[in-house]
Design a protein around this ligand. Sequence first.
Ligand code: GLV
Ligand code: MN
Ligand code: MN
Length: 400
Amino acid sequence: MWRELRPIGRHPESGGYRRFAWTGADAECRDWFEAQASARGLTYEVDRNGNQWAWLGDPVEGDAVVTGSHLDSVPDGGAFDGPLGVVSSFAALDELRARGARLDKPVGVVNFGDEEGARFGLACVGSRLSAGRLTVEEAWRLTDGDGVTLPQAMEAAGYDPEGIGADPERLARIGAFVELHVEQGRALGLSGDAVGIASAIWPHGRWRFDFRGEANHAGTTRLVDRRDPMLSYAETVLAARREARLAGAVATFGKISVEPNGVNAVPSLVRGWLDSRAEDQETLDVVVAAIEEAARDHARAGGVELDVVRESFTPVVEFEHALRDEIARILGREADLKVPVLGTGAGHDAGILSGRVPTAMLFVRNPTGVSHSPAEHAAEDDCLAGVTALADVLEGLARR
Ligand code: GLV
Ligand code: MN
Ligand code: MN
């Protein structure tokens, strides 16, 4: 499976993946998913939001056990964030068949569309729509950097955008959703464990800061005469770092667009996107308010106008304790594993579904912790330990 996925959407120079929603690379990933389903004789379906499902047994029976993740990537992402969960899901089904496991409930594998939000700016669009956490009107307004809207992109990829929206009936068939994911930190590396269980996902959001100044000549405009939005932006980046450090949170400006984007022109507009996350909502609110206040002070001092728009927000997710404890029990019994339980600052479809469906996550050790980068890695032995753990969990949950 890895061999087939490896070249899809891989940039020849960076070695990173550019698998953005509803592009050609995304279509190739989707074709791969469908082929994996068909090779195993699973029932394949695409839901109204373009999420792909592969079923062993009939989901209409209900109380289904579902696993899966996503196949799209951030710009120049690694091979594991998303695909490890999907590959492990199919591998776990193979393992269960090889064991002759008794599965009393339907078992499904899902590939959620557009998890990273790399193209339209909003993460987890597929699961958000299905869970009713994104309205159809909001989804129709999503636009990529080239001015292409989400419905236009879906249509160009051969999907019908008219049908998108909440899918409570499909979600109601699921008794448990377990997403396996590469760890995006070093907790397992430090504890010496191959596999962990998620406790919670930090609250997180994205804010767009528009600094508007005045375009002018870089050679002839005296420094005192400039209204330079790049300067206010740069001061805001430093303030974000300081506020996050003081609060024990994280804050990142990872994307920027500049107009007119000329080397020899003072910019007229600098648009920067802030991603900020913290362990609890109160801390996050304090950090973002402090960053915004600093941005306003710097903008005012520089004669620059500022607009701040919150583009998305995901509240804290505390995974259901009963399912989490059940999984720890299964792993303790089947594999004699005492599995660490850890929180994460990364967002996931499992977090979006939580509250609608009992959800849980398994993490696989990432020795360096590096993620959202071509250097993201997990050792083969650890990936295999993840597959075995996932198979144990699916088997345990699928018994009546
Ligand atoms: C997704 O990986 C996110 O946490 O932004
Ligand atoms: Mn990611
Ligand atoms: Mn992911």
